[in-house]
Design a protein around this ligand. Structure first.
Ligand code: C2E
Ligand code: CA
Ligand code: CA
Ligand code: CA
Length: 287
């Protein structure tokens, strides 16, 4: 047991790490949690940097374990992907995001919140029912297709012709696709050409320190150069951008000057339960 790697440990909300039980048991635990309704979506505002308007929300899953408290997705999404449980879990995420997005649309009208953006794993793209599931989630809840953004990572999208066909089917149905964590994967340029993306999300690693401006700080210079280049590339290809992980106003100001009009991050709004976001939208409507 002593030579186990960190991958065999899991950190819970109380800050304690405990060893993960056998693979099969974790899979069973996730399955049971899904059936018991222990997963919850939190929503993080995606904000216009110019005027602070909430233009969308990213849906982020949480596991509210009755004994262990809130478990973060970083701890269970990899296991859900390995065991295949990500397919039913992802289907639930998609449906719940569409349900909530449609509820906000009918409560606050079309101007209040343009888009809701759940994350999608590559395993879901390989599930033969995926495109049908997306269409059904939209239809069942009455959410217009152009209000749904599916966030995909480059590594997911790079996996061959079948995935590319699925992405084109989704694109043709009116759903928007976002390339998540952009800049961290490989072959971003060729990928962008082939991939029917509408949105590029600049990875947080290029936002960290982007505001630092001491001459001769090569790390900051490099981040600024990458951030600017990604904005220009996206502009040339007609893609929208979102800068991720903005933690202070200096970063927001700098990114605006580097060509970003939309951002996301703790400084602009933390991920929050749906009720909290509803209250936020209601408070803004009054103004
Ligand atoms: P992601 O898609 O890149 O989501 C952004 C993560 O950055 C979220 O972590 C968010 O809470 C965090 N974040 C946002 N702003 C800031 C900031 O200013 N500073 C810092 N330090 N962090 C910030 P979270 O919610 O823990 O999710 C982690 C990852 O888990 C996500 O990364 C995504 O890859 C995955 N994930 C979350 N929900 C789902 C889901 O429903 N399905 C799938 N397949 N993956 C999901
Ligand atoms: Ca994401
Ligand atoms: Ca991301
Ligand atoms: Ca990420």
């Amino acid at each position: 047991a002593k030579q186990r790697g960190r991958a065999n440990w899991i950190r819970y909300a109380d800050g304690m790490e405990r060893p993960v039980q056998a693979h099969a048991q974790l899979a069973g635990d996730l399955r049971r949690a899904l059936d018991a309704g222990e997963f919850r979506l939190h929503y993080q505002p995606i904000v216009s940097l110019g005027d602070g308007r909430i233009v969308g929300v990213e849906a982020l899953v949480r596991w509210e374990h009755p004994a262990r408290g809130v478990v973060s997705p970083a701890e269970f999404i990899p296991a859900a992907e390995r065991t295949g449980l990500i397919v039913p879990l992802g289907r639930w995420v998609l449906r719940e995001a569409c349900r909530q997005g449609a509820a906000w649309l009918s409560e606050f009208g079309p101007g209040a919140l343009d888009k809701v953006a759940p994350n999608v794993s590559v395993r879901q793209l390989h599930d033969p029912g995926f495109v049908t599931d997306v269409a059904a989630a939209l239809a069942d809840h009455g959410l217009p297709a152009d209000r749904l953004v599916l966030e995909l990572t480059e590594s997911a999208v790079l996996r061959g012709q079948h995935v590319l066909r699925v992405l084109h089917e989704l694109h043709d149905s009116g759903v928007r696709l976002a390339l998540d964590d952009f800049g961290t994967g490989e072959s971003s340029l060729s990928l962008l050409r082939a991939f029917p993306a509408a949105i590029v999300k600049l990875d947080k690693s290029f936002v960290d320190g982007v505001e630092l401006d001491e001459p001769g700080t090569p790390a900051a210079d490099a981040r600024q150069a990458v951030a600017r280049a990604v904005a220009q590339l996206a502009g040339a290809l007609g893609l929208d951008t979102v800068a991720e992980g903005i933690e202070n106003q200096e970063q927001a100001d700098r990114l605006l000057r580097l060509g970003y009009t939309v951002g996301q991050g703790y400084h602009l709004g933390r991920p929050m339960p749906a009720e909290q976001l509803t209250a936020l939208l209601a408070a803004r409507r009054v103004k």
